[in-house]
Ligand binder design. Structure first.
Ligand SMILES: Nc1nc2c(ncn2[C@@H]2O[C@H](COP(=O)(O)OP(=O)(O)O)[C@@H](O)[C@H]2O)c(=O)[nH]1
Ligand SMILES: [Mg+2]
Length: 401
């Protein structure tokens, strides 16, 4: 199962527009083997230098794409249903939402920076609503949801702790393992929050909420897309700094602009690469005055002002937040091919700290089960199962599978 990024926020802030803009540009290469492909799942691509240049080969990518030495590495996006206040109390909170949220390894929180949607997501006069409230609200909702998970059969957990002498750290970690929470996380949380590890039954709701907040930050790292920057006032965009001072990662975005640029590019009107700060007119004569004006607006009010539409930046920041590396497994060390003869076929995201055996399992369970050794293709050095991989490594795995 690959990494997944959840696109979250209240209704009407631009989640679906962001999703379409972020996953559309490269849709034609989406031959990525998903297990859960459905309408609200899509592929986004992160740019990485492709090893093909350095090895002086022409690659034939399978799960990704390469353009002039830049590899586009896939990561999955989920367009999560809109969240409304008090969802954690059961209001408008579908199972689908929770499933999506549970699956996501990181979140991109789309906020309407123009302040033209109220707390329920209904349109209001621009600037009427303070976007900072959304940040607080979403965190609170997720915290309550996590607290619900922690508190489930809490008494019996706490009692078993006493009776079986099992540590609460261990029991909580077991409860939260699906969320990527490990025992040492809980251990740190208990120490930092000054909780009495011997009497979990005495933990107050406030303390449990603080614990949930701690768990949320580890299991669902979040960045904020300050969206609709094309129409947001400078005053409201000033809140980006307020959030950054509080430690948030914030990216000004215009999903609508990205979508428009992608469409114009597909029609051959402009030459535009996602992530860049400009585009080139190709067919100016075939554009209507209205289209020209719209493109001019995007150039002035988005690309020049914020140096990009922010969409690609969000995707790349998510990967940085998750501390992922990209690794290229091959079967033939000399030709850099897989069984099918494809050159540098796959590029896989893996958490930093992953080792050669983790990569074997990522490629195939059999390969992991029958792992013998691996080879660092750059140095031709033989490496063992627990050898830590580096970003950009090209690795041959030897197995008796
Ligand atoms: N001006 C502007 N409008 C946007 C932007 N992103 C989304 N919208 C508009 O906001 C409305 C809601 O967008 P949608 O993606 O459906 O929101 P969702 O409910 O969060 O999925 C639509 O009318 C979009 O065209 C943006 O970056 N700028
Ligand atoms: Mg939507």
């Amino acid at each position: 199962m690959g990494m997944q990024i959840g696109i979250v926020g209240k209704p009407n802030v631009g989640k679906s527009t962001f999703f379409n803009a972020a996953t559309d540009a490269h849709a034609e290469i989406a031959n990525y083997p998903f297990t859960t492909i459905d309408a609200n799942h899509g592929v986004m691509y992160v740019r990485k230098p492709c090893p093909c240049k350095e090895f002086k080969v022409t690659c034939t990518p399978h799960n990704s794409k390469c353009t002039s030495g830049t590899r586009f590495v896939p990561i999955e996006a989920i367009d999560v249903a809109g969240l409304v206040p008090d969802a954690c109390k059961g209001r408008g909170l579908g199972n689908k939402f929770l499933d999506d949220l549970r699956q996501a390894h990181a979140l991109i929180h789309i906020v309407d920076a123009s302040g033209s949607t109220d707390e329920e997501g209904n349109p209001c006069e621009p600037g009427k609503y303070d976007p900072l409230k959304d940040v607080e609200f979403l965190e609170k909702e997720i915290n309550y949801w996590l607290m619900g998970i922690i508190k489930k059969s809490w008494e019996s957990v706490a009692k078993r702790c006493k009776l079986e002498g099992k540590k609460i750290d261990r029991m909580l970690a077991e409860k939260l393992t699906g969320l990527g929470i490990r025992e040492e996380h809980i251990h740190t949380a208990i120490r930092k929050l000054n909780l009495d590890a011997d009497s979990p039954l005495k933990w107050t709701d406030d303390e449990l909420l603080n614990l949930s907040d701690f768990v949320r930050k580890i299991s669902k790292p979040m960045l904020i897309a300050f969206n609709k920057c094309d129409v947001a006032s400078d005053e409201l965009m000033g809140k980006v700094d307020v959030l950054r001072k509080k430690g948030y990662i914030v990216v000004p975005t215009s999903s609508e602009a990205e979508l428009a640029l992608n469409n114009a590019s597909k029609k051959g009107f402009i030459d535009y690469k996602p992530g860049s700060n400009d585009f080139k007119m190709l067919n100016e004569d075939s554009l209507s005055d209205k289209q020209k004006k719209a493109l001019g607006y995007i150039k002035d009010h988005v690309l020049q002002k914020y140096s990009s539409t922010g969409i690609q930046k969000c995707i790349e920041e998510s990967v940085r937040m998750l501390d992922l590396i990209v690794v290229y497994p091959v079967e033939d060390e000399t030709h850099l091919t897989d069984k099918e003869g494809r050159i540098l076929p796959d590029a896989h995201f893996m958490p930093r700290g992953s080792n050669a055996k983790d990569l074997a399992y990522k490629v195939h369970t059999d390969l992991g089960d029958h792992f013998i050794r691996a080879v660092d293709v750059r140095t031709h050095r033989v490496i063992g199962a627990d050898h830590e991989l580096k970003d950009g490594d090209v690795i041959r795995i030897v197995s008796d599978a």
